[in-house]
Design a protein around this ligand. Structure first.
Ligand code: VAH
Length: 319
């Protein structure tokens, strides 16, 4: 039985559906701060800052795996630094402690390229790069990676983690991230509205298509335990691109697509993140290989979003 914490989020909502497809709807318990009426499956309201509530659900359903997808992201997290730290760490401690006490088989903890700062090489950033994150979100993820490794080394808890690049998908809307421009831009193109980009046109960042990010997560969690050599978090790469490059790709389908660049504080965050990630250890340990390049992402995003706007899909509900 799998418990997903943060099942309403950009990644959590899509991961929940994939887990339901793989394990069956009755074997996946989705949870978040409030129920979404469009959700189909088993749902429990969990505030992950409440350890007893997590324990109660783990006991009630005899949960064997926990995917912890709740966190305050990089941009939003900068508004209230100490609260961001509190929420991101307390929820992780609760998941780790309940998992230790209840002998959970496997735990997934998402990390991010946000753990890298100016001390890491900008290109082909290695898995063992020096981590000096500049956002509270990044600090909490770097700390979380070390706590995950601690629970593995001290208690043998099988916690596994990926450093997601910016995730781009049509199935859900992001909330509070620095890479969210790369989702919003496709919505604006399909709606034939002008797009204002909060990053500079040459701000190249590592990105990944949702379908690749979900597949990476499932492949990591399915890998034999002895093949996992990294117990902090694995670098994974999708495709790196700049706003200018995605605009050029979109203009192949929408020649009149208008864009304005108005960099804000999120440009300061992005400027400290890598441009491209070295994911060779993930490739070696569990066969990671991305499938979607920028052309495929653009075509898929536009086809799917056109369909969703026509049918008034629930995917367009903001978080
Ligand atoms: C954010 N999308 O922008 C998230 C992610 C790589 C960035 O962690 O905060």
């Amino acid at each position: 039985i799998i418990l997903v914490i943060g099942a309403n989020g950009q990644l959590g909502s899509v991961l929940t559906k994939s887990l339901q497809q793989k394990f069956g709807k009755d074997n996946v318990i989705a949870s978040d701060l409030r129920r979404r009426d469009s959700f189909k499956g088993v749902f429990e309201v969990i505030d992950a800052t409440n350890r007893n509530r997590i324990q109660e659900i783990v006991t009630k359903y005899k949960v064997t795996q926990i995917y912890h997808l709740a966190a305050i992201l990089s941009a939003k997290g900068e508004e209230t630094p100490l609260n961001t730290w509190e929420i991101n760490m307390k929820t992780l401690f609760n998941v780790l402690e309940v998992s230790r006490v209840s002998q959970i088989d496997k735990v997934f903890f998402p990390s991010s390229i946000a753990v890298f700062g100016e001390g890491a090489p900008l290109d082909e950033t290695p898995n063992d790069a020096y981590l000096d994150p500049a956002t509270v979100y990044g600090i909490s993820k770097a700390a979380g990676e070390n706590w995950a490794q601690y629970y593995f080394l001290r208690y043998g808890l099988d916690v596994r983690s990926l450093r997601y690049p910016g995730v781009i998908g049509y199935q859900s809307l992001p909330g509070g991230g620095t890479t969210d421009y790369a989702v919003d831009i496709y919505h604006k193109a399909v709606l034939q509205e002008e797009f204002t980009c909060f990053l500079k046109e040459n701000a190249t960042l590592p990105m990944i298509f949702m379908d690749d990010a979900i597949r990476a997560t499932m492949e990591l969690m399915d890998a034999p335990k002895e093949s996992i050599s990294i117990r902090t978090s694995y670098n994974i790469a999708g495709i790196s691109f700049s706003p200018a490059e995605v605009v050029a790709e979109i203009r192949k389908l929408y020649p009149d697509f208008e864009v304005q660049y108005k960099p804000d504080f999120r440009q300061d965050i992005a400027s400290r993140w890598p441009k491209a990630i070295d994911d060779s250890i993930a490739a070696k340990d569990w066969g990671w290989k991305p499938e979607f390049d920028l052309e495929m992402i653009t075509k898929t995003m536009i086809d799917k979003l056109k369909e969703q706007y026509k049918t008034g899909s629930k995917n367009l509900e903001a978080l």
